[in-house]
Design a protein around this ligand. Sequence first.
Ligand code: NAD
Length: 362
Amino acid sequence: MIQYDEFGPEKVLTVYDAKVGMTGFVVIDNTSFGPGKGGIRMTPTVNLEEVSRLARAMTLKCALANLPFGGAKSGIVADSKKISPEKKEDLVRSFAEAIKIVCPELYIAAPDMYMAEKEMELIVKTNGSHKACTGKPASMGGLPHELGSTGFGIYHSTKVAALYAGLDLKEATIAIEGFGNVGSFAAKFLSEEGATLVAISDSNGVIYNSDGIDFDELEKVKKETGSVTNYKPASTQCCNNILDVDADILITAALPNLIGLSDIDRLKFKLIVEGSNIPTTDFVENLCFMKDIMVVPDFVANSGGLISSYVEYIGGDEKQMFEMIEKIVSENTKSVLDKSKEDLCSPRECALTMARGKLRKK
Ligand code: NAD
């Protein structure tokens, strides 16, 4: 069920095209700072409630990052892995047609799960406006998500948070859920920093090697075979679930609702950095805080993609983008963790108080 409150959502759209079998959702949560910004995801399970929670995460993320955007999100119901590229194109084109009524005045799209620069190009061509989305190919003046902006921000957030969690990143062991855009770039930057990647998952399973997983080799295996589970030497027998891995840090970078209430007691991580959106609930995050597991909330840690979108929107370049991400994500992570320490409340509660305060002042 969608939750409405003083901040939104302002508009909730369900779009449907019987001809191509497209069902999609757009939730424009809050536009007090500017047009709603948020990615499009294509998954078989996406629904209005999920899109609405994600749109709220965008509202908070934009407010905390002080960007002139509001929060929004959208989804197309389809299993990208089971449909042909032509069918995927038809769905995206049909969706882009359907959302012309709000895009780009009230909604500016971007890539999210199973969406990339190719789909953004199609959206711009269908919509007829360059402002319809960000994450476009470089040839269209875009700063594609393929530059790894979100993973770069996750790396910086982890670097700051590790200090607060009493971890030396160079000595730390890391598990990463998901090896797509966010997970693979987080893995790259963290392994370059000297951290040891001990477990990585994708939709086919979890691989584990206590001596460390070589990033370059893993990337090659994923590219060539389609799954991290073909990487050797690593065991796929260790854990069926990334949550059972014994590592200092978990980076979530795939699914919503990864960590449920019943998972709390199995967690051995000292730090969780939320690369994915809504990997758990506020309640679970508060319990983690009580159990001394530090959780950096999604809208604090994963705003790299959003900041990249903003730099693209104002016509900036790659260098500006990386500098701005490092600054904003590091400072926000620090402010939230400082407040958490001072007020003895979970990072999520502190970040929410900060972001809501900014929204109320507007
Ligand atoms: P992606 O499509 O590039 O990658 C998704 C990854 O998830 C793939 O590696 C896939 O194999 C993996 N996956 C699917 N099912 C899984 C499972 N059951 N267990 C483990 N892994 C599984 O998507 P992405 O862009 O990397 O986004 C990942 C998450 O990060 C999403 O929650 C998204 O909302 C969030 N996010 C993305 C960005 C961005 O810039 N791309 C920005 C902010 C937040």
